[in-house]
Design a protein around this ligand. Structure first.
Ligand code: HXC
Ligand code: NAP
Length: 288
């Protein structure tokens, strides 16, 4: 299987964008930050821990890009306002937001404490609302157009056992993007969601892939591999760019067809050697 071109975009694709990425110090947020900066965007990264944010900004600046960070807990609306102020003081008005910060862990739902449920829902659902509302207010006040992305998951649509706070919050985020795509179209603000399947990151895999779960997860992907960060970052760049001006209220799945595989009755045939699958199907043809 050939992989995609590593540099499919023209130089400077995002040079008119100032992008704020929540959780931009680690994992997929960090990869998105590096990608957006490499395409000419000014990039602000926010998160609770200063160290990873500083490191991301350092990498961008070393490569000649412009970036800034602000420590911020997205659960706290005042902290979000302060982060926007701080990033804008360094980089100018923000016109694009990637809601990427999240919290998650595996737990039987009957064992969740109040605080366990709260902490994930507040990061994912309230955090996305706090950041999205703040950018919306600023853009509407300044009469500027802009873009909001939310990184959800493929289970935002189906729900998922054992990650109930995340599933419920991601479903809410998807509804938020779809609601605002209609409400804010008049202001020229586009909102879309991206629903990834598994992409290896320390944050996600250390919390969700115990035992042989990782092996089982890859077996569910018809493309027989996890996603690569560049593949997701390219999708983010495309959706933030002028290449997709009519796309809003959408949710783009990027999972090697994993979610479809999991929901299709006879999908298992796709994992058999094709000749063996055909022989099996022929063997159960009704005799005339
Ligand atoms: C049960 C748990 C728990 C666990 C924490 N808690 N981990 N309960 N099982 N494994 C409970 C705690 O006991 C506490 O409740 C409450 O949750 C809050 O925990 P804190 O550690 O005090 O919270 P906090 O420091 O705010 O940390 C938030 C967090 C943490 C979500 C718990 O994991 C975190 O910081 N995560 C950020 C990064 C992350 O999760 N990345 C993965 C994203 S992957 P009590 O009652 O004891 O006070 C993703 C999608 C992947 O989102 C999809 C893959 C396909
Ligand atoms: P990650 O590295 O753990 O990223 C989560 C980020 O969110 C961290 O940088 C964290 O930084 C930040 N964050 C958490 N709580 C915060 C808070 N209260 N305020 C501000 N920032 C906070 O995990 P990841 O895998 O890259 O996940 C990124 C996104 O992709 C998430 O939305 C996740 O749900 C989604 N996703 C991931 C996968 C996957 O397989 N990796 C699959 C589907 C969807 P601090 O801890 O420093 O705050």
């Amino acid at each position: 299987m050939t992989h995609i071109d590593r540099s499919p975009f023209r130089t400077g694709l995002l040079e008119n964008r100032t992008v704020l990425i929540t959780g931009g110090g680690t994992g997929l947020g960090r990869s998105a930050a590096l990608k957006c900066a490499s395409l000419g965007a000014r990039v602000g990264v926010v998160g609770r821990r200063e160290e990873p944010l500083k490191a991301t900004v350092g990498e961008i600046e070393k490569a000649g890009g412009r970036a800034a960070f602000a420590s911020c807990d997205v659960r706290d609306a005042a902290s979000v306002v302060a982060a926007f102020d701080s990033i804008e003081a360094s980089l100018g008005p923000v016109n694009s937001l990637v809601n990427n910060a999240a919290g998650n862990f595996l737990c039987a739902s009957e064992d969740l404490s109040d605080n366990a449920f709260d902490s994930v829902v507040k990061i994912v659902l309230y955090g996305t609302f706090n950041c999205t509302r703040e950018l919306g207010r600023r853009l509407i006040r300044a009469k500027q157009e802009g873009h909001v992305l939310a990184i959800v998951t493929s289970y935002a649509v189906t729900g998922s056992a054992f990650v109930l706070p995340s599933a419920a919050a991601k479903a809410g985020v998807l509804a938020m993007m779809r609601s605002l795509a209609v409400e804010w179209a008049v202001y020229g603000i586009r909102l879309n969601a991206i629903a990834p399947g598994p992409f290896p990151t320390e944050g996600a895999f250390s919390r969700l892939m115990a035992g042989d779960l990782e092996k089982k997860a890859v077996e569910r992907v018809p493309m027989k591999r996890f996603g690569e960060h560049d593949e997701l970052s390219n999708l983010i760049a495309y959706l933030l760019s002028d290449a997709s001006p009519y796309q809003t209220g959408d949710c783009v799945t990027i999972d090697g067809a994993e979610a479809l595989f999991s929901g299709q009755e006879f999908a298992g045939f796709a994992h058999l050697d094709r000749a063996a699958a055909k022989a099996l199907m022929t063997s159960i043809k009704p005799k005339k």
